[in-house]
Design a protein around this ligand. Structure first.
Ligand code: ZN
Ligand code: ZN
Length: 346
């Protein structure tokens, strides 16, 4: 079968490899879609190679149809549409034992250590099956919608940290796929005002169609003034940084009200530093949190919300590439045009 193999830093090769076979306790999926995320671009540009085994098949936003069921597997049948939590937690480390399996220090991740979804078929190994991060999705969904449960699960995990309350004003920096998911989730959580800040006019328009009540171009308008103008001078209850650029951090702290919650959701590049005015945290009693990854509960909830039509991920899927064009697809996903690219094998 065809598969996109990580061949060392900055190298992705489309190769012919053996089609996997389901052993005892395992299933094989015929990949329906693997959506591309920013991490894939960082891998392709050689900015990320740590933790990724040379020779692994890339792709961690995976959905597919069961094509083979190994002996002893219950609850899955050939033809089922399945979504996969890419992280297989160890369930034994300090964090797993304390209920934070998304912070597992000994996890195995599809597309990093376990062969991922940028291939015609993907094996779901026994440990992934046993640890329960493999879900049957509502059959009316498209595979791309099911694959997008991965980023949505991460967003839901972030929401547990920033804790939006009914009636809140929320500022989201960045109208990429992640910012658009946060916008929708915050409307569901009862935020009254969801302000999305992004320099791109077309992305701001998409944000308005996906739950943003206000949008702003931060290059043309002072963000803090804009937010204060909507909050009687206080600032936002919650600010979510969805672009990994250091200069946005102080902007986020400035736009938050006293006692507000600021979430560094985006990943920053490896050596990034951010210059901040620490008195904003001190006098403002700000609560600054982060967000990394998702556990099984977040992924399952994401699939539930997508299946129930409460979160629109279908409109996020704007472009499709075949497996033969995987490199072009990942490059296009970094261009800022379109929203989410899905790689769909022929
Ligand atoms: Zn991802
Ligand atoms: Zn663990």
């Amino acid at each position: 079968m065809k598969a996109a193999v990580f061949a060392g830093p900055g190298k992705l090769e489309l190769r012919d490899i053996d089609k996997p076979v389901a052993g005892e306790g395992e299933i094989v999926l015929k990949v329906g879609a693997n959506t591309v995320c920013g991490t894939d671009g960082r891998i392709l540009r050689g900015e990320k190679s740590k933790g990724i085994d040379v020779g692994v098949v890339l792709g961690h936003e995976i959905a597919g149809y069961v094509s083979e069921v190994g002996a002893g597997v219950e609850g899955f049948e050939v033809g089922d549409l399945v979504g996969v939590l890419p992280t297989v937690p160890c369930l034994a480390c300090f964090y797993c034992v304390r209920g934070s399996e998304h912070l597992c220090t000994d996890s195995k991740i599809f597309g990093y250590r376990i062969n991922g979804g940028l291939a015609e078929y993907v094996l779901i190994p026994r440990e992934a099956m046993e640890r329960g991060g493999v879900y049957r999705a509502a059959p009316h969904l498209t595979p791309a919608e099911v694959a997008l449960a991965e980023p949505l699960g991460c967003v839901l995990n972030g929401a547990e940290n920033y804790r939006t309350e009914v009636g809140d004003t929320v500022l989201i920096q960045g109208a990429g796929p992640i910012g658009l998911l946060h916008a929708q989730v915050n409307r569901l959580l009862g935020a009254e005002k969801v302000i999305v800040s992004d320099p791109s006019e077309s992305r701001r328009a998409v944000a308005e169609s996906m739950g943003a009540t206000h949008t702003v171009n931060p290059l043309e308008q002072d963000l803090t003034e804009f937010v204060q103008g909507l909050t009687e001078g206080r600032g936002a209850d919650v600010v979510i940084i969805c672009i990994g650029r250091g200069e946005l951090v102080n902007q986020a702290l400035q736009a938050a009200r006293k006692g507000g919650r600021v979430n560094a959701f985006a990943g920053f590049s490896k050596d990034a530093l951010a210059e901040i005015d620490p008195n904003l945290v001190h006098y403002g009693e700000l609560i600054v949190t982060g967000a990394s990854n998702a556990g099984r509960a977040s992924h399952e909830k994401a699939l539930q919300l997508i299946g129930a039509g409460l979160i629109d991920v279908k409109s996020l899927h704007t472009h499709t590439y075949s497996l033969d064009d995987v490199v072009a697809g990942i490059e296009f996903a970094q261009s800022g045009e379109g929203i989410k690219v899905a790689i769909i094998p022929d």
